[in-house]
Structure formats: structure tokens, C-alpha cells
Design a protein around this ligand. Structure first.
Ligand code: NAP
Length: 280
């Protein structure tokens, strides 16, 4: 079996061309799509992610506003910064970079983001709406995975999908999105027993565990669709992908699979949020 490689880098590049054209049309109409990024503290990985997001905005002609707050920022101060951006009519999307320092009530701050500007899909309301099939910007990594699945016209309906991980930004929304695509979904987490035998039953597997190559080759059924959301400094994901060309029917490489789709989806959502103003 020669697997289809789900090339997120290629799709993100294609999508950027589309976004660029839409942004240019919006700018001509007097609306410059703008993403506000909020970074609290100096976590090097978070700084890199925010920089990548801002660079992508620049490439497609969008504006980005960087709000950089010290490590000592309180929940109240962060809430105020979010509320200021909520009421700024020139801001169309707000990204609060996760994780915030541990003394901050991150859930409260995520939920303070105006639903119209929740382009990263982090609010409880956005999650609820997305789960109910109501128009909402889904969390960007799982929404990017769905875009990959749809681009490659992979059939999900009726399949047994196993999502390994249940974080609010990845595993949980991923499971709801697959359910909305009519898959039969199992969610595994750190207390799941016999995880290998559950994964072995999967027609579609999403690895969102955060442990390098946690999911082993021998746990994967022949012909399964394999989506690896993980990314680790050693340039591997959460699944051992070494044999996937021969075992899976389709898989996301690491790097170049899920990663590029995450940022692209954030930019796409911000453009869509700005575009809504045209019809108002
Ligand atoms: P997270 O918040 O740490 O969540 C990890 C999940 O994995 C939790 O639900 C945890 O279960 C589960 N887990 C941990 N150990 C397990 C085990 N031994 N067996 C089964 N489940 C286990 O991580 P995350 O933010 O969802 O990220 C997951 C991965 O995706 C990471 O590799 C991260 O780098 C990557 N990621 C990539 C992107 C991208 O743009 N490509 C974006 C976000 C994240 P419990 O709930 O029981 O603790």
C-alpha cells in the first residue's frame, strides 16, 4: 500500500494565495483585516509561535497588533487588555497565546474574548456552537485537520475515529468535529486502559498526546488514516510515522502536515471575521 501524504505545507501555501486575494479586496473596500496577538511573559516557544503568526499576517497583507505583557500581569489586567481589543473596531481577531503564566485564570481570559473575534476558537461559547453545528470558528489545529481531510476528499462518515488526547484546544474539539462529520468517535486520554487495542480498531487516528512517538506502528490498523498533531523539537510527532507509507492509506508528515494548517486556519478565520463587516 502506498499512502497518500496529506501535505499541509502545500495546502497552506495554496490557501495563502486565496487569502491574499481576499485581503486585497477587503483593503480596497477600506477594511484591513487585523489580528491582535497577546503574549504574556517570555516563554521562548510562545514568542516563536506569535512571531510566526504575525509574519504570516504580513505575508498576506493583513495587519497584526502585538500586545506584550509582563510575566507579572494579573488576570484583571489581562481581562482589561482583552476588553480593550474587544471594543476596538479595527481588530477582527484576538489570539491569546497559550499557555499564560500559571497565576492567571486562563479560562476566564479566553472566555472574555468577544465571540465575533474568537478566531482561535478558544471560548466555551465558540466550542459549544461548533459542537452544535452552529457557525463558529473552531479551534485552529483541529479545524486545520478537517480542512486537510476535506481537501484530500477522505471519507470520514461511518468510520471509527480514535482521538488520543482530550485537551480543550485539540483533542476535545477534534472529537466534536469528527462527530459532526458523522464518524463514530472514541476519545482516549491518560486514564484510558488498553489504549493499544482501542487504537488498533481505528479507521482514523488523531495523535494529540504531547509525547514523542507515543503511538506505535504495531497499534495501527492497515489502511487507517493517520493524523499526527504532535510536534517535538526532535522533529517527530506523537505517532511513529516511519512505516506509514506502507501501513496507512493516508497520513500527515511531521513536519509539514498539521503544523502549517494551524496558522493558516487562524489567518483564514481572521480574514473571514473582517469580511463579515462588508455585509453589515
Ligand atoms: P496537552 O494539553 O498536554 O494534552 C495532552 C493530552 O494527551 C491530554 O488529554 C492527556 O490526557 C493525554 N495524554 C497524556 N499522556 C497520555 C497517555 N500516556 N496516554 C493517553 N493519553 C495521554 O497537549 P495539547 O496542547 O493537546 O497538544 C498535544 C500535541 O499536539 C502536542 O504534541 C503539541 O505539541 C501538539 N500541538 C500541535 C499544534 C500544531 O499547530 N501542530 C497545536 C497545538 C498542539 P489527560 O487529559 O488525561 O491528562
Amino acid at each position: 500500500m502506498t499512502a497518500i501524504i496529506l501535505d499541509g505545507k502545500k495546502l497552506a501555501t495554496l490557501s495563502e494565495e486565496f487569502i491574499k486575494k481576499e485581503v486585497s479586496m477587503l483593503v480596497s473596500a477600506g477594511i484591513t483585516p487585523t489580528l491582535a496577538t497577546i503574549l504574556v511573559g517570555h516563554d521562548p516557544a510562545s514568542e516563536t509561535y506569535v512571531k510566526m503568526k504575525r509574519n504570516t499576517c504580513k505575508r498576506v497583507g493583513m495587519e497584526s497588533i502585538a500586545v506584550e505583557l509582563p510575566e507579572s500581569t494579573t488576570t484583571e489586567e489581562l481581562l482589561k487588555a482583552i476588553n480593550d481589543l474587544n471594543s476596538d473596531v479595527n481588530v477582527h481577531g484576538i489570539l491569546l497565546q497559550h499557555p499564560t503564566p500559571s497565576h492567571i485564570d486562563e479560562r476566564k481570559c479566553f472566555d472574555a474574548i468577544d465571540i465575533e473575534k474568537d478566531v482561535d476558537g478558544v471560548t466555551c461559547l465558540g466550542f459549544g456552537n461548533m459542537s452544535m453545528g452552529i457557525d463558529a470558528y473552531g479551534s485552529c489545529t483541529p479545524a486545520g485537520i478537517v480542512r486537510l481531510i476535506e481537501h484530500y476528499e477522505l471519507k470520514v462518515e461511518g468510520k471509527h475515529a480514535v482521538v488520543v488526547g482530550r485537551s480543550p484546544i485539540l483533542g476535545k474539539p477534534m472529537a466534536m468535529m469528527l462527530l459532526n462529520l458523522n464518524a463514530t468517535v472514541t476519545i482516549c486520554h491518560s486514564r484510558t486502559k488498553n489504549i493499544d487495542s482501542i487504537i488498533k480498531q481505528a479507521d482514523l487516528i488523531v495523535g494529540a498526546v504531547g509525547i514523542p512517538e507515543f503511538i506505535k506502528t504495531e497499534w495501527i490498523k492497515e489502511g487507517a488514516i493517520v493524523i499526527d498533531a504532535g510536534f517535538h523539537p526532535e522533529k517527530c510527532g506523537d505517532i511513529d510515522l516511519s512505516e506509514m507509507d506502507n501501513i496507512s492509506s493516508a497520513y500527515t508528515p511531521v513536519p509539514g502536515g498539521v503544523g502549517p494548517m494551524t496558522i493558516n486556519t487562524l489567518i483564514l478565520h481572521t480574514m473571514k471575521s473582517a469580511k463579515k463587516l462588508i455585509n453589515k
